[in-house]
Design a protein. Sequence first.
Lengths: 191, 273
Amino acid sequence: MTAPAAVVIGGSAGALEVLRAIVRELPQPLSCPVVIVIHLPAHSSGLAELLGAETPLIVKQAEDKEPMVGGTVYIAPPSYHLLVESQRSFALSVDPPVHFSRPSIDVLFETASDVYGAGLIGVLLSGASEDGAAGLQEIHTAGGTTIVQSPLSAEVAIMPAAALALFEPTYIWSPNDIAFGLTSLLSGRSP
Amino acid sequence: MRLDISDAEIRQLLETLYQRYHYDFRQYASASLKRRLLQALTHFHCQTLAQLQERVSSDESAFPRLLEYLTVQVSDLFRDPEFFLAVRTQVIPLLATYPSLKLWVAGCSTGEEAYSYAILLAEEGLLERTRIYATDINDGSLRKAQQGVYSLDRMKQFTLNHRTAGGHGSLSDYYHAAKDSAVMAPKLKQHITFADHSLATDSIFSEVQLVSCRNVLIYFDRTLQDRSLGLFNDALCRRGFLCLGTKESVRFSAHAHRFQEISSEQKIYRRVD
């Protein structure tokens, strides 16, 4: 297996608690960047602080043209799409919403997959939208590792179920397994 | 969306557009451009960028349609009302000290931002002595901007924005409803000059007291961002104002030291010296 070069995580309704558990268990030091898109109302920008309280790692909003640095957790700013550029840096856009969402998980996943290929781990959590399913499938097709929260464990199953309808991911895990399994993958162990 | 077109193919297409039509997208940020090109491929029923390139090289009418995919931004009147509120409270009192005013809205797309400034200035009693230059590279967008006709069903949101932005009159004083559209008032239009201008290839055309370029620089790479910020600095009068998008900044630019931040939240700067 290729050593993970980056992790992208997407979620919507019901994803916040899972996300907190994931961030809490992230290994330190962490060699790769972790990038998160979560659908939230346009003006809630306190997510970085909320997740930052769970880990000594740096948790921050991604900025336009900022290089992606290992050991940092980046969050898409509200109302902007977050894209990965070929130089492994971020770009923002105000292009129209995808699946009624901006930021869109598909946009992050597809652009990250384009750059990181098999080195990418994609995680899709609980949510009430189909955003992210097609993007996760792209990661899968490009040889990356894909993790889907099991629909039964999800507060809202629409998002993980949409991904499972498209392809068979590498892992289908409960929140607890995602938090610890991701840590194992990032530490180079098999989960 | 499958992003399976190569950077080399994209570079070749952009080179063709530049050579043939003198539109320079070569320093645009690649990830957004790639997504938009893929949408264009679908629209033109092309399988590859080479086919699309062939199409725009041989068929002049195809280029304006491709341009729509590469440039058009949808905006609102008083988009980001908090920003316009900050302009109203922090910038307008200082602009009011100038005997005549020039504003430059760079990358005006279909005109919503330019009309927002015109309404704001009218409400603050400054429009009579103001000229707004609103520029874009897309002639189709400029024509729509000049017409100033927006769908009537957008007016509800625009009215809400206007109020949140500290608007003291009624927004309906600035447009008239015709069937299902709203037509911006001539008293606004006569103070706005819509013109073709490229931040990638053109130079400055006037000294201005305020430059507004919001959510345009995020589509550029660092080099073109720097070129644009250099143009803005050169165009601004001493202590003139620069307004960027909420997630844009002069911080990483070679021109950072030439601007002083006056609102970190709303990204409003003043030219230093």
